[in-house]
Ligand binder design. Structure first.
Ligand code: GLN
Length: 487
């Protein structure tokens, strides 16, 4: 029998409804697993065991008196430490916010709480979500449960590792350039980046506001749809929230993709993509064809090659503005030992931020400066329009596009830390989706040398149901998602 800590949301929910298990038992099983593996994985920054058990008891009480509850009720979740949790430390894995206790919950956290979720803790990440390996955490790196000497990906590495290791049933991450999908790929779980504006950013600590989205990390596609049902939707407290009708995403879970048109953009299979990853994707495309989809390999998105360059101007520019608020005056880390206010502010930022964050602030400040704005920032925005237009054209012909999620499997801890450009290349397949504001999911599609490979399925704006449908059909036909690391 499968251990309780390795259940999916829908499996656990069934057992809870049938009173075969209680939420306290389930939470206990997850917390025991956590105790056992966390010293090796280090997926968490803060644990909230006591509150979790209290929440679980409360849900059990309500269920016992016959109260109707949603599918997430009583099920343990881990939250990336970029999301504000009222009264619970929210650090963004930065010294700058080491002692920050938010006075409010992010909207997505409120939504989960209202759904009866049991929060077990806050997960480790790259500082301010800048990175692809979780090595930029100011505290410690997280280890990949499939091979503890390797990275879990990033920046939501803690959230992905926690789900893969059985330390939570599911988790939330954030994705600015790939930070939900890439760690999902490297840890063998499912990760979705919603269309920009679909999920509220209220209470999500800002990195690059025109790109950031919150997304779920789960053990299968069904769970992904269930979490999306809880977190998607209009929020008046986020000025970029889309005022749209949100469908029930579980209706997309039909194992039928016969006749769908899938495009395979060649730019995502070329230089820099590990041949073993490419072979794995080739097999996955074969499965999609067998399921009756028309797979067109003659697709080109030529502007995609400028995505990374545009991203590393736009994201740092927005970050340099967003991170100006950390001045040691209002909240967060504060140095008060120089002679002047400016001196204190300077020292606060010098000591409070890590190297990668400072690199981005400098890059962004430069790109936005009067003499260079047109040459860099404005140019990058024009490229952004071109990339978006190319995707729009592709979606006139195709229902979805299929690519690798990450160019490689999980790499060794320390392997890329001295070369930022190599690290940035980890997001070459995921960044264009954020640039275009569209949606994409990563699903487990095979193993190379015992390490997970992810397939990315890309859809147009608000086509979450379409990518979930393709992902679900593929998942049901292959069952790669059932593979778990042996920790
Ligand atoms: N790895 C990319 C970066 O460093 C993306 C991060 C993210 O999606 N938050 O910016």
């Amino acid at each position: 029998m499968i251990e309780l800590c390795n259940l999916t949301i829908h499996e656990a929910n069934r057992l809870l409804i049938e009173h075969q298990i209680s939420s306290v038992e389930l939470t206990d099983a997850v917390l025991r697993r956590l105790e056992q593996v966390e010293p090796r994985v280090r997926a968490f920054v803060t644990l909230t065991q006591e509150q979790a058990l209290e929440q679980a008891r409360e849900i059990d009480r309500r269920r016992a008196v016959g109260e109707e509850m949603g599918v997430l009720a009583g099920i343990p979740v881990a939250i990336k430490d970029v999301l504000c949790t009222q009264g619970v430390l929210t650090t963004c894995s930065s010294r700058m916010l080491e002692n920050f206790l938010p006075p409010y919950d992010a909207t997505v956290v409120t939504a989960l709480k209202q759904a009866g979720a049991v929060i077990v803790g806050k997960t480790n990440m790259d500082e301010f979500a800048m990175g692809s390996s979780t090595e930029n955490s100011a505290f410690y790196p997280t280890h990949n449960p499939w091979d503890l000497e390797r990275v879990p990906g990033g920046s939501s590495g803690g959230s992905a590792a926690a789900v893969a290791a059985g330390e939570a049933i599911y988790s939330l991450g954030s994705d600015t350039g790939g930070s939900v999908r890439q760690p999902a790929s490297l840890c063998g779980v499912v990760g979705l980046k919603p269309t920009y504006g679909l999920v509220s950013r209220f209470g999500l600590i800002a990195f690059a506001s025109s790109l950031d989205q919150v997304g779920p990390l789960t053990r299968d596609v069904t769970d992904c749809a269930l979490v999306m049902n809880a977190i998607a939707g209009y929020d008046s407290r986020d000025s970029t929230s889309a005022p749209i009708e949100v469908p029930d995403y579980t209706t997309a879970l039909v194992p039928d993709i016969a006749g769908l048109k899938l495009g395979v953009p060649r730019e995502y299979y070329g230089e820099g993509i590990d041949p073993a990853v490419r072979d794995t994707l080739e097999q996955a495309l074969g499965v999609l064809e067998k399921l009756g989809a028309h797979v067109d390999r003659d697709v080109s998105l030529p502007s995609s090659k400028y995505s990374l360059a545009a991203y590393y101007l736009i994201a740092p520019s927005e970050a340099s503005s967003n991170l100006a608020r950390y001045d040691g005056v209002k909240y967060g880390y504060s140095v008060r030992d120089t002679e002047s206010m400016w001196g204190d502010m300077f020292k606060t930022r010098e000591r409070g931020f890590g190297a990668e964050v400072k690199r981005r602030i400098m890059l962004g400040t430069f790109a936005l400066s009067a003499g260079y704005y047109d040459a860099y920032y404005a140019k990058a925005q024009k490229v952004r329009t071109l990339i978006k237009r190319e995707f729009d054209q592709a979606f006139e012909k195709y229902d979805a596009l299929v690519t690798p999620t990450s160019p490689t499997v999980a790499f060794k801890i320390g392997e890329k830390t001295s070369d930022p450009i190599q690290m940035y290349l980890s997001d070459i397949c995921t960044v264009p989706i954020n640039i275009a504001g569209i949606t994409a999911i990563s699903v487990p599609a095979g193993l190379v040398d015992g390490l997970p490979v992810g397939m990315q399925i890309i859809g147009k704006t608000f086509a979450e149901s379409m990518v979930l449908r393709v992902a679900y059909a593929y998942e049901q036909a292959t069952e790669w998602y059932r593979k778990r690391p042996s920790l």
